[in-house]
Design a protein around this ligand. Structure first.
Ligand code: UT7
Length: 324
């Protein structure tokens, strides 16, 4: 079995409020709160993704009572790495002062942390590794189109981390549910910069195609069509019910999505851990940040069950039910 020995998170100091955004694009505080539940988000000034990841990782290590040299595997979930090449995890390995251990990125956009969690769990449960630092970190402020009100009001920067360790007496993955639907791959996208539209042809591109784009309504419909069913399957597989599951952490994309999942799966809304009003959508960081806040406030206790469920670009979704 694999226990989460420590959690941590880090968000940049600079707060960007809905009122600040009113001065930048044609939007207003009331629309943003009603349609998304977001009030503030944090934005980097002179930091990059590897800095956020390193700081969250340090906090998780401290919470676990471990040192960088104790870690034998680093997995970083991110879709905003410092560079396309190299991957970002080795930069974090170096900044943390870890040994020359394996360190790699997983990019499943907002589902990255959940993919990382099942990967880390499997690699430890198989006996290959003992102590894994898993981080979800993203810096969307660097890829957003700050002229596009459809996206720039939604995202924030941040990182969350967990230390997973082998433990025969605690920590159990009770169920998982992952899937993807590439027919919706255009709905969350940066059109330019990959090999279809390489950056070396950049004179031919429209400016907005260099930035993050999202067909919000399409993603919303996809989420509502797959995520509640995934939650029900995970409960069944874990031999739990809507009454017996203790906590639910859904990717903090939109408070209306969280409310709808609560209604459709008939899980008491009070069981949902929600912090979207403070940080907005931090992509792969949103679940581990919410998890860390809940653990530090003693909301999640030993033996309790936690459902974590991410979704987003790909399109993709992924969840686990974990016994603490
Ligand atoms: O993290 C990855 C996963 N992402 C998600 O799960 C996101 C899922 N989607 C959503 O959360 C929602 O679709 C959004 C929050 C992105 C948008 O909310 P919506 O209720 O779907 O709005 P909409 O895009 O349908 O726009 C409704 C109206 C439009 O005006 P008209 O055409 O009705 O006149 C938009 O132009 O709201 C307008 N609008 C805005 N108004 C003020 C769009 N953005 C804004 C804005 N401020 N920032």
């Amino acid at each position: 079995m694999v226990r989460i020995a420590g959690t941590g998170h880090y968000v940049p100091a600079k707060v960007l409020s809905n009122n600040d955004l009113e001065k930048m694009v044609d939007t207003n505080d009331e629309w943003i709160i009603q349609r998304t539940g977001i009030k503030n988000r944090r934005i980097v000034e002179d930091e990059v993704t590897s800095d956020l990841a390193t700081k969250a990782g340090q906090k998780a290590l401290e919470a676990a009572g471990m040192k960088p040299e104790d870690i034998d595997l680093i997995i970083l979930g991110t879709s905003t790495p410092d560079y396309h090449i190299p991957s970002c995890a080795p930069i974090v390995q170096h900044k943390l002062g870890c040994r020359m251990i394996p360190a790699f990125d997983i990019n499943s956009v907002c589902t990255s942390f959940m993919c990382g969690l099942t990967t880390a769990y499997s690699m430890i449960a198989s006996g290959l590794y003992k102590n894994c630092l898993l981080i979800g970190a993203d810096t969307y402020s660097k890829i957003l189109n700050w002229k596009d009100r459809n996206t720039c009001v939604i995202f924030g920067d941040g990182a969350g981390a967990v230390v997973l360790v082998k433990d025969d007496n605690a920590g159990k993955l009770l169920s998982t549910d992952f899937g993807s639907d590439g027919s919706g791959s255009d709905y969350i996208k940066i059109p330019v910069g990959g090999v279809v539209n390489p950056i070396n042809n950049f004179y031919g591109y429209k400016e907005e195609d260099l930035f993050f784009q999202m067909a919000g309504k399409k993603v919303y419909e996809f989420t509502i069509s797959v995520v509640p069913e995934a939650a029900r399957r995970m409960l069944r597989q874990a031999n739990l019910t809507n009454e017996t599951i203790d906590h639910v952490i859904v990717h903090q994309a939109n408070v209306r999505i969280i409310d709808t999942i609560s209604k459709m799966v008939d899980i008491d809304r009070k069981k949902f851990i929600v912090n979207i009003e403070k940080y907005g959508n931090t992509s792969s960081a949103s679940i581990p940040i919410a998890l860390d806040e809940a653990v530090r406030h003693n909301i999640i206790k030993k033996g309790e069950t936690v459902m974590m469920l991410g979704f987003g670009g790909g399109l993709s979704w992924g969840g686990v039910v974990f016994q603490w």
